[in-house]
Design a protein around this ligand. Structure first.
Ligand SMILES: [Zn+2]
Length: 326
């Protein structure tokens, strides 16, 4: 008995020595904390990168959540056609911007449409947004809203309502001040992220649908020092998509068009093609745009078009970047 006790005591001492030796070896390999301190500049860099990473991982976890939701939706929707189920696969919800309750319908509507018109509203929300939503409700159509937050804080409830009613909400710009937005690539990126964050705070969705202020063909990039190609690269690498337009109602041209003139500006350009992306504006000065909507929607329905909202499946219409050859 006593011999065994002695033996186990000896083993314990040897184990302790081994443990201490191992600790010393590990510490010498890892090195002292001061030995690894980066230069100040690099440290700053690291902090920035970490901030970006945090944001990225936040986005990643958000989209994982969305993926999960979409998977659950898939499970509960087995009666639907297989094709439709595939259309709502996990990759489809990574761009946010559409309330999950409406996502499948949005995708289905677009998929089943032969001739499509996408009504898009820039620069809102505004005092007319609720009325725009009422008109869209009346005709049971969905649209896309490229929003701005600076100056529009009074109408954040309308932005939320837009999202909750199932329309696509998208990033336009936080400030809409061209010299600021296009002052540098970093400015531009900060503007996109700030608007995205503002919309996330208000609605809970992280939207990755984007429209350049002035369109991707704008001359402001060149004027103020941002290469739009860099912006496009960044959008592509980070899972965003941008949408220009091929029809405009010209409500930002400084002409006091009547509702029927605004409607004709749109309808005259919509011909035999299959897809049209229509630019309009949602600001406090665009009452006539609001009034033109019933004319546009009724006529387009008569012509056999389906009014769609932008989804992940929408083929984006891109302008030629200013300075590129044709
Ligand atoms: Zn705008």
């Amino acid at each position: 008995m006593s011999g065994n006790k002695k033996k186990s005591g000896f083993v314990a001492i040897i184990s302790a020595i081994i443990a201490v030796a191992a600790l010393i070896i590990i510490m010498s390999v890892v090195g002292s904390p001061t030995g690894n301190t980066p230069h100040l500049a690099e440290g700053t860099q690291t902090a920035t990168t970490q901030a970006d990473d945090n944001k990225d991982s936040k986005e990643a976890s958000e989209s994982e959540k969305a993926d999960k939701k979409s998977d659950e939706a898939k499970e509960s929707d087995k009666d639907d056609e297989k094709e439709t189920t595939e259309a709502s696969s996990s990759s489809k919800s990574k761009m946010g911007g559409i309330h999950p309750d409406f996502l499948d319908d949005a995708i289905k509507t677009e998929k089943n449409a032969k001739k499509k018109v996408y009504l898009t509203f820039d620069d809102g929300p505004s005092k007319y947004t609720d009325e725009v939503l009422d008109v869209l409700d009346k005709y049971d159509v969905k649209a896309t809203f490229f929003n701005v937050s600076a100056g529009n804080s009074k109408y954040l409830d309308s932005e939320k309502k837009t999202y909750e009613k199932g329309h696509t909400i998208a990033i336009h710009t936080k400030s809409h001040e061209y010299d600021e937005v296009y002052g540098s690539f970093e400015n531009w990126k900060a503007d996109v992220l700030a608007q995205q964050e503002s919309m996330e705070e208000n609605t809970g969705t992280i939207t990755k649908f984007y429209r350049f202020p002035g369109g991707s063909s704008n001359t402001m990039g060149v004027k103020y020092g941002t290469d739009i190609h860099d912006c496009v690269d960044w959008l592509e690498k980070n899972g965003y998509e941008y949408y220009d337009w091929n029809v405009s109602n010209d409500d930002s041209e400084g002409v006091a068009y009547s509702p029927s003139e605004l409607a004709n500006n749109v309808l005259d350009y919509i011909g035999d093609g299959d897809e049209y992306m229509v630019l309009m504006h949602d600001t406090g000065a665009k009452e006539n745009t609001l009034k033109s909507l019933p004319i546009i929607i009724e006529e387009l329905k008569d012509r056999g078009f389906t009014l769609c909202q932008i989804t992940e499946n929408t083929s984006p219409y891109h302008h030629r970047i200013y300075g590129d050859s044709e």
